[in-house]
Every structure is written in structure tokens, then in C-alpha cells.
Design a protein around this ligand. Structure first.
Ligand code: GLC
Ligand code: CA
Length: 530
């Protein structure tokens, strides 16, 4: 089992910025963001206080699922540039102390991948068993018949064009002789292919991967025993080869994912309900629906979030990190049904919480969740979170000089759409708040990623939420959050702070006698104290 000692130390102050490459910055006017565009904006990313970027897939692909359908793991998709551009990006990032994570689409390829094309052939060849094929036509969920020359159907992972790679089964159904064990030499060949891909990019100079659908690798393994075997083997190999490298899983169950070998796991839109308990959409007053903690109504349920978070935190501390993203390319943006001060309180939480923070591109300026877009490259509703970054007030918000109709997705058409340029010079902007908060995080020992969170005042449907952050050297900070429109005054007791204000927007802290503190919160306020 891994211990903190085996964790790369840079994770303890990592702040990730997640870039959706097609929507970030277009430098050749084809309407699609590219690698050069990312390189051009590294200084901006650095100005946010982020020291790591995760880029969604940039590999060769037919783009039926926006690149999560890889047809060559070793090539950069033409629309993003080439290996030279990527080399440039990494070296420029290194100069600025920014680490680079790529997206490892481990579980499946595109049906355009040469491995799959070979695998479809009727005659036996080295790729016949690279995918999961039945030995006859089959009526079963997640299986597709009628493609290729073989007498059988193949299993897919997400969309039908994403055939599942054959890493093997944990439990083999005796009536399905086509299933092979995860330790079968045929499966081990595929395991090796994955290591080759990892090595290629790590040797190229990246710092690790976000691992797509990490729990999907081994089939028929409800207890995750085979999956644990798979990832822990991979992790020990990875630790030896790349001791400073990091694997961040898309799992949504940190206790499990970190136990099987990941350094970091998301608490996000599926799996545990942690993220959902924070961000569940704001509902209109009067509607009888549970709301997430970040609600103007004051009806948010912080205990629901904490019960999940604290359990996972206790199980993963010293072994890995939880990452609560502001959003990602699959979720709503936090700005859905929210604006202005709502987003400030959200950032105040995300950037003071334990674990590795992650800012999804555009959330630092409050980009909107642009509803009603068409399905683009398999995105469906997810298009709304994937619109082009809004840099300034020039044509196409500075994203691209292509014709408006050529853009990957349309730009938020509203006149008052937020931009980097307009917020950059405004001291009170969300952008500058994010910068302040990341700086505070880096400068306040109590806010280290591997520290604890200790609730001081945390009650469902009550505000504020007050917690202490503590690092392993027993240094403390206290954070007060009020996402609601209500005023409140409460009294708490703690001897862990002196009452010095690090940053406050609408929170007052008055020392009563001894260790008693009176906390007054204005609507939608937050404060950080020492
Ligand atoms: C992950 C990705 C998502 C993709 C799916 C299939 O959930 O985040 O965007 O569609 O896997 O690879
Ligand atoms: Ca481009």
C-alpha cells in the first residue's frame, strides 16, 4: 500500500487548471483551439497561481466523442498541432514551473484505431484478442453485432464507436468461453500496450495523466478486486519508472481509487455524492427540492457533503488526495443558475478546501453554462460547458479570428459575457479573487493540500459553514462561508486562531471572552482567518 512517502511532493501544493483544448485558444484561425494556443497562454495560467495543467485528449481521433475516441495514442491530432508543438508546450510550461498532465483514455479506443480494424478481421491475427469479442452473435447490453468479419459482437465502453480494450475479466462466466482472465497472456499483451503509451508520454516529459473511466478496465469485477490488482501493479511499476509522476483517476470514489493505486481521485458528478451535495443546481424559491450547499436559499445541506467528504478524506489521507473540481467538460458549470457573489463564495471554498484544487477553464471568470447548444462531437448537453474561452472584447471574444460559423462551438452571445481582459484590470473581479485565493493558499501553511478540515459550525439548512484547516505541523486557519442571501450572527469556540484576518468579504470576527468568537456574516460572504 502506498504511503505519503511515495507521493510526489509537488502534489502537496498543486493547483490544477483544466484545459479543454478545442475551446481554449486558436492560433491558426481554423476555429479550433490548439497546442500553440495553450503555450501562448501559459503566462496567464501562471498568473492564476496554477502550477499544473490537465489537457483533455489531444491524440489522433475521428472525434466522435471529442477525442475520447483515440485512433493513435502516439500522435497529436492534426487540429491541435504536432509533436514539435507539444514539445514546445512542455518546455515553456517547465520554465514557468507548470506541470503537464495528459488524458489517458485507457479503457477503449476508437473503432478507427488500427488495432480494432485488425481485430475485426475474420482471420486470426495479433490483434484478434485486443478487444472483447463474443464467439457468436449476442443480444446483450453493451455489445454490438454486425461489424467486421468475425462471428461475434464486440463490447463497447461508452458510445458504440468506443470498443473496450481487452484487459480481461475478473470473474469468468462459464457459459461465456470468449471471456479471458486478466492474467491470460492475451490480456497481458494489452496491459503492456497501456504501459507503452504511458512510457512514451512520460519519457516525452509530461508529469502524469488523468485516467479516463479508470474503474472500467477489468470486466465483471463488482468488488473491484481485479481492478485493484491491475492498478496497483501498474502503480508500482509507475513509481519505479517515474517516481515524480502522478495518476489522477476519473472514478468518483476516492477511498476506493486511492486504495487501488491512484495518487488523486475526483469527487465529482458521479460516484460519491460529495460534489453533487455542493453544486446541485440552485432551484427557485418555493420549490420543494433538496439543494446543494451553494444555494442562495440558505437551505443547503453542508452535513450531507461533509459526511461523504470526511469519510473519504479519513480513508485516503497520507495515501493520496481528493480533488473537488470547480467543474469539468462533462458537468454543468458552477455558474448555472448562479452569478456574481455566488461564484465568489464557491471559489473561496474550493481554494481553501483540502486536497488538490482544480479550476476548469473559464470558471475563474464565471463563464456561463450556455444552454441550448447542439450536440457537438458526442457532447449533447455537455456542449454547454465546452464553449470557447472568452479572452477579450475583440472578434470571437479573442478566442479565434476564424469566421463565427467556423468556431468549434459558439461563443456566449450575451453582451455582458465575462472576459479575462475586462476582469484583469478590475481589482474586484472574480478573476482577481481567484488569484488572491491561490496566493493565500500557497502562502498559508494551514491550507496545504494534505491538511485536515475540521468543521466548527456545520449544520444543514443553517449558515454559515465554519471550518478549521490544519496542516501536519498543527498550524491552523479558519474559514467562514455564507452562500445564502441571509444575515446571521453565531458564536463559536476555538483556541486555534488569533483572529487575524487574511481575507474577508462580509464576515466579521469578534473575540468575546476567552476562546469564544462572535461571527457575523452578511449575505453571500466569506472570510479566512488565522
Ligand atoms: C469520460 C470522459 C467523457 C467521455 C467518456 C468516454 O467520462 O470524461 O468526456 O465521453 O469518459 O471516454
Ligand atoms: Ca486552431
Amino acid at each position: 500500500m502506498s504511503t505519503q512517502k511515495e507521493l510526489p511532493s509537488w502534489l502537496n501544493d498543486a493547483i490544477i487548471y483544466n484545459i479543454y483544448p478545442q475551446s481554449f485558444n486558436d492560433t491558426n484561425s481554423d476555429g479550433i483551439g490548439d497546442l500553440k494556443g495553450i503555450t501562448e497562454k501559459l503566462e496567464y495560467i501562471q498568473s492564476l497561481g496554477a502550477n499544473c495543467i490537465w489537457i483533455n485528449p489531444v491524440f489522433k481521433s475521428p472525434f466522435l466523442d471529442a477525442g475520447y475516441d483515440v485512433s493513435d495514442y502516439y500522435q497529436i491530432a492534426e487540429r491541435y498541432g504536432d509533436l514539435e508543438d507539444f514539445k514546445q508546450l512542455i518546455s515553456e510550461a517547465k520554465k514557468r514551473g507548470i506541470r503537464v498532465l495528459l488524458d489517458l483514455v485507457a479503457g477503449h479506443t476508437s473503432w478507427d484505431h488500427p488495432w480494432f480494424k485488425e481485430s475485426c478481421k475474420g482471420d486470426d491475427n495479433p490483434y484478434s484478442d485486443y478487444y472483447i469479442w463474443t464467439d457468436a452473435r449476442i443480444q446483450k447490453k453493451r455489445f454490438v453485432n454486425g461489424i467486421g468479419e468475425r462471428d461475434g459482437g464486440y463490447m463497447y465502453n461508452f458510445y458504440v464507436h468506443q470498443p473496450a480494450l481487452n484487459y480481461g475479466y475478473y470473474n469468468i462466466d462459464e457459459n461465456s468461453p470468449w471471456q479471458i482472465s486478466m492474467d491470460d497472456p492475451r490480456a497481458l499483451k494489452v496491459h503492456q500496450e497501456l504501459r507503452n503509451v504511458i512510457s512514451f508520454w512520460m519519457d516525452f516529459g509530461i508529469d502524469g495523466f488523468r485516467v479516463d473511466m479508470a474503474m472500467s478496465i477489468i470486466k465483471n469485477d463488482p468488488e473491484c478486486i481485479g481492478i485493484k490488482k491491475f492498478w496497483s501493479r501498474l502503480r508500482s511499476w509507475f513509481n519505479t519508472e517515474y517516481p515524480d509522476g502522478v495518476l489522477l483517476s476519473e472514478w468518483g470514489n476516492p477511498a476506493r481509487a486511492i486504495d487501488v493505486g491512484f495518487h488523486v481521485d475526483f469527487m465529482h458528478q458521479f460516484g460519491t455524492l460529495g460534489w453533487w451535495n455542493l453544486f446541485r443546481d440552485q432551484v427557485d424559491p418555493g420549490q420543494d427540492l433538496d439543494v446543494g450547499f451553494f444555494s442562495r436559499s440558505g437551505e443547503g445541506c453542508i452535513e450531507d457533503f461533509l459526511s461523504v467528504f470526511l469519510e473519504h478524506h479519513a480513508k485516503t489521507k497520507e495515501k493520496g488526495y481528493i480533488c473537488i473540481p470547480s467543474a469539468n467538460h462533462d458537468t454543468n458549470r458552477p455558474s448555472i443558475h448562479r452569478s456574481g457573489r455566488d461564484l465568489r463564495v464557491i471559489q473561496a471554498f474550493l481554494l481553501t478546501a483540502p486536497g488538490v484544487p482544480l479550476i476548469y477553464y473559464g470558471d475563474e471568470i464565471g463563464m456561463r453554462f450556455y444552454k441550448g447548444l447542439k450536440n457537438k462531437e458526442g457532447a449533447y448537453y455537455r456542449s454547454s460547458s465546452r464553449t470557447p474561452m472568452q479572452w477579450d472584447s475583440t472578434v470571437n471574444a479573442g478566442f479565434s479570428t476564424a469566421d463565427k460559423n467556423e468556431l468549434y462551438l459558439p461563443i456566449d452571445p450575451q453582451n455582458d459575457r465575462p472576459t479575462v481582459d475586462s476582469q484583469d484590470t478590475d481589482e474586484d473581479s472574480l478573476l482577481n479573487l481567484v488569484r488572491k485565493l491561490t496566493k493565500i493558499r500557497q502562502e498559508t501553511p494551514a491550507l496545504e493540500n494534505n491538511g485536515d478540515i475540521i468543521p466548527v459550525y456545520a449544520k444543514n439548512k443553517k449558515i454559515p459553514f465554519v471550518y478549521l484547516r490544519k496542516n501536519n505541523d498543527d498550524q491552523y486557519a479558519m474559514v467562514v462561508l455564507n452562500p445564502s442571501m441571509n444575515n446571521e450572527t453565531i458564536t463559536i469556540e476555538t483556541d486555534k486562531i488569533d483572529g487575524k484576518t487574511i481575507l474577508s468579504e462580509g464576515v466579521t470576527l469578534l473575540q468575546e471572552d476567552g476562546h469564544k468568537w462572535e461571527i457575523g456574516v452578511k449575505p453571500q460572504s466569506f472570510g479566512i482567518f488565522e
